[in-house]
Design a protein around this ligand. Structure first.
Ligand code: P6P
Length: 331
């Protein structure tokens, strides 16, 4: 009989067997994240029919209009992670301040940062959106409430990261430091099944993913780097792909190679994307898949946030593609 692909939890439990000290808490945490992703996927895929299209009528701490599905996704993740009992603190793009949870002795070992629904401006036009998460080990003393110290950690301290992409299929990609692996939701089974084991990003892909409409706000170095990439022999002729949902652009880059960039500009000097719950988790995943993630000069995993919602410029992609771009930036 043809063997069925591993489920997400079978894969996680198999990886956890290489950690003799594992208590099962990480597996429980990942189960909470996978459940939340399935619930969000179900609502995203019928958003046009339900009451979840459109705006919630408020702005988040970033000053951005909040979509109803943003709130739904955020509430779903908070509920699932809180009920799982594995977390002491949560930080979300949709929450101005962190949620501190009572980490009973031996429980609440983790702190989770997430963007519950990235790219939500695309929801009403049925373009792919996604959830991004990063997992840290708690740093505050066990037994009490978690605090900001559990969340304000360098992405280099991540113990796991991942995303769910709600697109033509629902894909769950994660890494716990032993490679980056992709799973596709079989909605009939209600299971994420292994579809992209041990993802390795191609050395280069020649696909440029950047919001060209911002070019008037870039500095001269950035304009020169984009031109150098377009002209480069080794990556050219390049093609352009830009969804405007980071998870969709990142997932294509991870599988096909190329370069996704959101540089700083005169409107957002530190770029638009957030270090803690967008760039950091993606950097972890890409490096685990042989890719590269910098802010244009510094490795994302070497940066440390001063505040939960800090932003960073981001250059993310295949080593060969990023090298061409970075070389021109450095001139
Ligand atoms: P722009 C979505 O709002 C987001 O945060 C990312 O998902 C996406 O990569 C970026 O912003 C798109 O920004 O300015 O090109 O619309």
């Amino acid at each position: 009989m043809r063997s069925q692909p591993l489920t997400l939890m079978e894969h996680i439990n198999a990886c956890q067997r290489s950690f003799p000290e594992a208590t099962g808490s990480f597996s429980l945490l990942m189960e909470s994240l996978a459940l939340a992703s399935k619930i969000i996927s179900r609502e995203v895929n019928k958003a046009g029919l339900g009451k979840l299209l459109g705006l919630a009528g408020r702005r988040n701490i970033q000053g951005e209009q909040v979509a109803r599905l943003d709130d739904f996704a955020n509430d779903t993740l908070v509920h699932s992670l809180t009920r799982g009992g594995t977390c002491c603190a949560l930080a979300s793009e949709e929450l101005a301040v962190p949620i501190r949870l009572p980490g009973a002795e031996g429980a609440g070992r983790y702190a989770v940062v997430f963007d519950p629904l990235d790219g939500s401006s695309n929801i009403d036009v049925a373009v792919s959106v996604g959830t991004i998460f990063g997992v840290y080990r708690r740093r505050s003393p066990e037994g009490g409430l978690g605090d900001a110290s559990d969340l304000l950690q360098s992405p280099g301290k991540l113990v796991a990261a991942g995303y769910a992409l709600y697109g033509s299929s629902t894909v769950f990609v994660y890494s716990a430091g032993q490679g980056t692996h992709g799973f596709t939701l079989d909605s009939g089974l209600g299971e994420f099944l292994l579809s992209h084991p041990s993802i390795q990003i191609p050395e280069r892909g020649g696909i440029l993913s950047i919001n060209w409409a911002n070019r008037g706000r870039w500095d001269e170095k950035t304009r020169r780097a984009v031109q150098a990439y377009e002209d480069a022999e080794e990556t050219g002729p390049c093609s352009a792909r830009y969804v405007g949902s980071m998870v969709a652009d990142a997932h294509r880059t991870l599988l096909c190679g190329g370069l996704f960039a959101y540089p700083g500009d005169t409107k957002n000097s530190s770029g638009k994307l957030r270090l803690l719950y967008e760039a950091g988790p993606m950097a972890f995943l890409f490096e685990q898949a042989g890719g590269v993630a910098t802010d244009g000069s510094k490795r994302i995993l070497d940066k440390t946030p001063d505040a939960l919602h800090d932003r960073t410029p981001l250059v993310l992609g295949a080593a060969g593609d990023v090298a061409v771009f970075a070389e021109a930036l450095a001139k």
